[in-house]
Design a protein around this ligand. Sequence first.
Ligand code: ADP
Ligand code: MG
Length: 364
Amino acid sequence: ASSDAGAPLPFGSTIGMIGGGQLARMMGAAAARLGYRMLVLDPDAACPAAQAANGQIVARYDDVAALRQLAERSDVVTYEFENVPVGPLRTIEGRVPIRPPAVALEVAQDRVVEKAFLNGIGIPTAEWRAVDDPQELDHALLQLGGDCILKTRRLGYDGKGQAVLRQGSPHGDAFASLGAVPSILEKKVAFTREISVIAARGADGALASFDPAENVHSLGILKRSTVPAAVSSVVAAQAAEVASRILDHLGYVGVIGVEFFVRADDTLLVNEIAPRVHNSGHWTEAACLVSQFEQHVRAVVGLPLGLAARHADCVMENLIGAQVERAGALAAEPATMLTLYGKAEARPGRKMGHFTRLTARGDA
Ligand code: ADP
Ligand code: MG
């Protein structure tokens, strides 16, 4: 398993994918269409990507022997989630190209490291303080003032590991309720909307970004992405510039998701970054020539990036838990693209699929 950094991997080469969820499944479909193979590492033999890959290594993500096997059987290794254990992953660096680079995981896995990185390259975020014990929490609440959000530094997703602390109301044992783990206190941002930019950097350093999507969350989980977002072209260009700056500073190769808060005065704050394809970019499959999944495949195999231009307006909605029962009706809609993840059990809060409806220009 080796690669010549300059030339694209030949068609038929194998992409090693750490994680076998729906994102890997959709990247597997894109890889197959371009003539590449995908080998998945996931502990669950029945994971969503198992049905869209050429093979699977059934093992934990921190299993160094399994990672070594993945490196030997793949021509490039990538991942579909940001919590890939970095120590074990680094043991295969040098054996196979890892794209995006492991440093992107180190930055995205820890909310304090992430915000310090962003602020360090001149990108504003919510005001924040690292919080390691209840006294630091009290101190940080006084310093930041107003309503705040306490989040665990690591392993939060879909709004998990967070507590809103209202100004003036007792926060009791908020620190303990999140597990008494290293945390971050963020000032609550009064935003008018949330947008995200899905962007890519190729192996040659080329940059491309999709139009921003406007996102609505429910119970901490993405519910809907609408494109175009109701922002000016100036704001859209600023968001793309911020994404590009992050990609360049990380020496990144692949697709990244950057989540923003837009404030009433049209200023942007970055909320968080995801070093992978992103739920708020699923619409690209229906409304762009090259989807975020194909773009990621193109980047990691060293092909030139594809055209990220959008040819339709659209709305993407997640099917969460029992909402998957709508699938039959959605499949009967002619202008709707339905995607199901092949998960057997529709547990509450579980992402089961999504659909993208094309909308007439100006409808969205
Ligand atoms: P996750 O990793 O679970 O996606 P986020 O940090 O993106 O965590 O938080 C989930 C959602 O909570 C955000 O999309 C936003 O709606 C809200 N939120 C998070 N942080 C803040 C903040 N500092 N101010 C206002 N809203 C926030
Ligand atoms: Mg988020």
